[in-house]
Design a protein around this ligand. Sequence first.
Ligand code: SIN
Ligand code: CO
Length: 391
Amino acid sequence: MNDAPLGGLSPTTFLRRHWHKSPLLVAQAVPDFLGLLTPPEIRKLATHPDVQARLVIRSGKSWQLHHGPFRPVDFKSLPDKNWTVLVQDLNHWLPEASQLLNRFSFIPDARLDDLMVSYAVPGGGVGPHFDSYDVFLLQGFGLRRWAIAETRDLELRTDCDLKILRRFKPQQEWELSAGDMLYLPPQWAHDGMALTECFTYSVGFRAPTRQEWVNAFLDHLRDHLLVEGRYADPDLKWQPDPAELSHPLLQQIGHILQTIRWTDQDILSCVGRYLSEPKPHVFFTPPTAPLTEAAFRKALGRTSLHLDRCSRLLYRGRHFFMNGEEWQAPAAHCPFWKTLANQHVTPPHKADMALSSALHGFYLAGWIHLASSEQGDHPLKRNLLPRKKLV
Ligand code: SIN
Ligand code: CO
């Protein structure tokens, strides 16, 4: 992976020394990087109803958090200092953002959350806090000072909506300029304050809690487990207190529950579906004038096919998972699906009927696109598309 933004470190060395363990500052991680957005563009994104945006305003020691979508006028009334606007999932909106994420493919897709962007005026930031995520903070245009600390004192202030640490004693500080990057493992306290007008691009990698996994797996079992038989009590004994739950009743139910079994395939299905499930606010745009299946199959032989920027395609062996759906591919189709999963694009391909029919279904849902067709119909996507290549 020669374009991994790790300075002189190989991904293997980074993973061994730093990943999930200790911070790393990389000067000029992405040389000549000036960012992907301009201030008017991020303001425009933040006014869109489908975009997850936040505005954080600081006044002395007090912080205000506002959730988008915003109105253009909301930005007009802001002061010159001490605020920041943050937009999640930039990779869903901007092709350059997905390209930037490709540089982080030395971390498996299963761990990726999103690319968030923040724009701040001098003094702006979200205050001292910690994240439960591994995060790469890539500086775009402008200067930001990052202060970090390894601490067990993670108590939060209760007087504001933002998760701000009650106490924060910086142990290390750096000034980051365009192209510099700071990697932080989860739970490290950090505070990034804009020194000038600036952008920060945060690549976040999620690690669901154990409780989330257990909940997801219990959901999976509820939907897939088939248990036969019924509670039976031919030996029922008379009991003087009819409202009391008897020991034999509880014991029998305990035995029923002890018969619950699952296989490695259940674990794979649960994990694949869970990790590929789109976030609740994600929408796909089906093609406005879709090709028939026959025309689609012909087109596949001539043009490349792209994964939609919002689609998540994961696999193990012949089991594939896209946007929460699961299927088992015939061995002959696996190289095709794996290329689409790993590269997010496949070259023109003479697909057989079964493959083109599966692909046509995903195409109609807006999960994949032919190169010749526009990706998504969103007016904002269209406005942002024709940009010069920055990464
Ligand atoms: C920011 O970009 O202001 C915040 C990013 C972070 O601290 O995770
Ligand atoms: Co953070």
